[in-house]
Design a protein around this ligand. Structure first.
Ligand SMILES: Cc1ncc(COP(=O)(O)O)c(C=O)c1O
Length: 392
């Protein structure tokens, strides 16, 4: 589990580092409640907490998700599931990325379920489960167009029938994953959905009982209620961000007038302010030359903290409630901010990299757009050396 969990005692003075991330668990629960209250009765929720809960801390977020009524937790890799078990989480956990044969023992010992898409893994799982006197829960994944994990629809029924012959395997669910549900054009998602439905028809025609069905990530959940089936698998929306700005108009379907709340605020403090004459150059490569007499603030946050070097000169931070431009190359441990237009700024002032200060806010979506990436990567990139401070 993350070494970076620092109990919050109500004051930033309790953090080890000036650069830290505040994780608001009430906002996380709020987002989960928005999702759950929009669902048809009986539809379950798997909270996706892989990659250390998208950088927010898997253990506290998993506990908050379960407190708020999540039925399952989704992790990316075996180790993440085992860490939840080691910390006393006994809810159903699915390893979304499946397992290698050498991980089967851990999967069984942890009582975790896995995605399954090939028969060789099924055989190995079944053999080892029999040896341990256990059964393993498997979620058979159909590849309907992602081309990543999953059995092709034409091989699906055969796999199910062979898994059913294995007494030590328990088919808990059938699932798929959408590649493009955030896009304006619904065509590809609908074609994935019909491939999934055709696979299910094969089950029905063969008289095989249909287990739990789950497909919907955040985008599908927001935009395509027909993909909810028995359980949804939201990740990003629980952390208060949208996979794409194109989803904004559809948010009303989900939230019923409510609003997603960003869960992470990433903050730092000014460590030094330099008064530099016009023409001075800044940072490595001296590729920023100040065009006026300037006040340049130094923040102890750099790419080793997850602030991509690619954001150099493209992003802002909030200081004294105003957006101030980051200037010069972002270094490993530090970056520079032009505070010439915030002349009252002082050493020790809070600088918000991600989050709200006064009337202004910087979202993961904004940073993602500036960095040519997705909000997922911005959040996951906040590194382990940034202490997380949990607000209950
Ligand atoms: C298989 C699977 N299901 C669900 C999710 C959650 O997706 P999102 O964060 O877009 O809701 C992911 C994340 O990428 C995933 O890989």
């Amino acid at each position: 589990m993350p070494q970076h969990i620092i109990p919050h005692a109500g004051s930033a003075a309790t953090t080890q580092r000036a650069t830290h991330a505040e994780i608001n668990l009430a906002s996380f629960r709020h987002n989960l409640n928005l999702v759950r209250s929009a669902l048809r009765p009986g539809v379950k929720t798997m909270a996706v907490v892989k990659a250390d809960a998208y950088g927010h801390g898997a253990l506290p977020c998993s506990k908050a998700a379960l407190d708020a009524g999540a039925d399952w937790l989704g992790v990316g890799i075996l180790q993440e599931g085992l860490e939840l078990r080691q910390h006393g989480i006994d809810a159903p956990v699915l390893v979304l990325g499946s397992v290698f044969p050498h991980e089967i023992d851990g999967l069984i010992r942890g009582g975790l379920s896995t995605i399954l898409s090939d028969y060789r893994l099924a055989q190995a799982l079944s053999r080892q489960a029999a040896r341990a006197g256990k059964t393993v829960g498997v979620h058979i994944k159909v590849d309907t167009g992602m081309g990543r994990l999953g059995v092709l629809p034409e091989d699906f029924l055969c796999l199910v029938e062979r898994v059913l012959e294995r007494k030590n395997l328990r088919i808990e669910a059938v699932s798929t994953h959408f590649s493009s549900a955030d896009e304006d054009d619904p065509e590809f998602t609908l074609s994935q959905l019909s491939r999934f439905n055709r696979a299910l028809e094969q089950l029905r025609a063969a008289g095989v009982p249909v287990p739990l069905l789950h497909c919907a990530n955040s985008s599908a959940l927001i935009k395509f209620p027909q993909t909810w089936f028995d359980m949804v698998r939201p990740g990003l929306v629980l952390y208060g961000a949208l996979p794409s700005p194109k989803l904004k108009p559809h948010l009303k379907n989900l939230a019923g007038g409510g609003e997603l709340l960003p869960v992470m605020q990433w903050k730092s403090r000014i460590i030094q302010i330099n008064r530099l004459p016009k023409g001075s150059c800044l940072s490595y490569g001296k590729n920023h030359v100040v065009s006026r007499d300037s006040l340049i603030a130094t923040l102890p946050a750099g790419y080793a903290d997850g602030l991509s070097r690619n954001l150099s000169g493209k992003m802002n931070v909030l200081i004294r409630g105003r957006k101030a431009r980051q200037v010069g190359t972002i270094c490993m441990d530090m970056c520079l901010i032009d505070v010439t237009d915030v002349p009252e700024a002082q050493v020790g002032d809070e600088a918000v990299i991600l989050g709200r200060q006064g009337q202004e806010a910087i979202s993961a979506e904004e940073l993602a757009q500036q960095n040519g990436t997705v909000p997922y990567e911005i959040l996951c990139a906040v590194s382990k050396r940034v202490p997380r401070v949990y607000l209950p």
